[in-house]
Structures are given as structure tokens and as C-alpha cells.
Design a binder for this molecule. Structure first.
Ligand SMILES: [Zn+2]
Length: 257
């Protein structure tokens, strides 16, 4: 049995047995991991509010080795993110952040970038400046940190460099991980139409610091196009393929709902 100590963020938890709780964390030093909080559901328990979702804490856990679940020894709150649990919109957005990380990260794989991103993402949501934009920027960055880096600067097939303004019709392919010009749109996978402005915005985002990217002010139309692109990219990454992403050649989509 070894002792593990790490900064962590609570992703969620479920009841376990009569009085315990099984809690999932994303940690800075050990990636995603689960631990049992003994007696956490008793009226009097030593964990207090430290195991509430979104809590940034310092976790001390006894590892038991093999497939056995570790036991949470101590969880000290660094920042509770209490305000995110006080209104429905914040709960919904913060829950989406932790759910995406739960889905997209394998257990035990260390990724300090994703840990920092989640902490920054929750902090920016808490500031309530532009929560919808914060959410979109978080998803964009998470996709990149998961190792999926779409190519926005040139056509995937003919390598035409998009300089802006000249190419009006562009298409994004989640399965190819990049953009196609109108002449090369006969790609075998499904294609999502996108505007030049959205392509340029996503290209700029990829090269920009996450917090600084909150200064950008994409139009509502661009945000809508990004939402469709991210939704389909996440479906592709998590393997939740629909007929839209069938391997058999299908006519390119002109519009995606
Ligand atoms: Zn092309």
C-alpha cells in the first residue's frame, strides 16, 4: 500500500454500499483516478464538502495496488467553486466540462495541460463574463489537448493555403481532421460546411493562449458553426458515430442540424 498526494479536481461521485462514496478525480500528478471515501455519507464525516463536484483540493489517497480501489485518506479544499453549484446554468456548464474530461481521458494517464485547463475553465465560468464563449473555448482546447489537432490553415487534399477572403466555400471533416476546399469536397467521409471567418477564427485559436483567447469576440454565426463542428468532432473522437460518419461513401452534407 502506497500513499499518493496530489492536487485534484472532483469530477463526480456515486454511492457505494451503506455509507461510502466512490469519487472520481482528475489529478495533476496521476491523471483520472477513483477512490473510496469511507463513511462519507454518514451525517458526521471527516470529508465535509471537500468531495462536492468541481472542488479543487489536495488529495491524499492510499493506493492498494492491482485493480483494488484506493482509499481516500484526506481531501483538503483549495477552492470549493461553491458559486458554480448555486445556479442551474453554471451547474450545467461545469458538469459538461467534467463530463467531457471523464469521457475523453483514460484512467491514470497524466496530462498536466488538461488539469490546468479544467482549473482555468472552472475559474472563468465562475467569473461569469461570457459563459457560453468560455464553454466553447474550453471544448476547443480540450480537443487539442486530447491529441486531436484539426488542420485549419490549408486544404487536406490539394494543400491550397487558405489566406482568407478568396475561398468562400469550405468544408470540415472530423474523420480526416481538417478542412477541404470546394474543389476537393468529394472526400469519402461526411463534411460540415463552414465559413472562411470561422476557419480563420479556429486557426487563430489553435495558436493562442487559452486565457487570452477570451478576448476574442466571434460573431454569433461563427459560434454556431463552431458548435456544430465541435459536436461532430467530439462524437467522432468518442466513437459515438452516427450514420453521418459511416465509412461507406455518402454524399457530402450541405447542412448539419
Ligand atoms: Zn483542395
Amino acid at each position: 500500500m502506497s500513499l499518493l498526494s496530489t492536487p485534484a479536481i472532483v469530477l463526480g461521485g456515486i454511492r457505494l454500499g451503506e455509507a461510502d462514496r466512490l469519487v472520481t478525480f482528475f489529478t495533476a500528478n496521476h491523471g483520472k483516478l477513483k477512490g473510496v471515501a469511507k463513511g462519507a455519507r454518514r451525517m458526521k464525516n471527516r470529508f465535509g464538502a471537500s468531495l462536492e463536484p468541481f472542488t479543487h483540493c489536495k488529495l491524499i489517497l492510499f493506493e492498494k495496488g492491482g485493480d483494488k480501489l484506493g482509499r481516500i485518506n484526506q481531501c483538503d479544499i483549495a477552492h470549493s467553486f461553491q458559486s458554480l453549484r448555486e445556479d442551474w446554468n453554471s451547474i450545467e456548464r461545469a458538469s459538461r466540462m467534467v463530463d467531457l474530461i471523464t469521457q475523453l481521458t483514460p484512467d491514470g494517464e497524466v496530462n498536466q495541460d488538461i488539469f490546468a485547463l479544467l482549473l482555468q475553465g472552472l475559474s472563468l465560468l465562475e467569473e461569469k463574463k461570457d459563459p457560453a464563449l468560455s464553454m466553447m473555448l474550453f471544448i476547443n482546447r480540450l480537443i487539442i489537448y486530447c491529441g486531436y489537432q484539426p488542420r485549419w490553415d490549408a486544404c487536406m487534399k490539394c494543400h491550397l493555403v487558405f489566406k482568407g477572403g478568396t475561398e468562400t466555400a469550405l468544408y470540415f471533416s472530423p474523420s480526416a481532421g481538417g478542412t477541404f476546399c470546394a474543389q476537393c469536397r468529394n472526400h469519402s467521409g461526411a463534411l460540415i460546411p463552414m465559413s472562411q471567418a470561422t476557419r480563420a477564427f479556429l486557426d487563430a485559436l489553435q495558436k493562442m493562449d487559452y486565457v487570452k483567447s477570451h478576448r476574442l469576440r466571434p460573431s454569433l454565426a461563427m459560434q454556431k458553426e463552431c458548435a456544430v463542428i465541435f459536436k461532430n468532432t467530439l462524437s467522432y473522437i468518442t466513437g459515438k458515430s452516427t450514420q453521418r460518419f459511416a465509412k461507406t461513401p455518402a454524399p457530402p452534407l450541405e447542412s448539419v442540424s
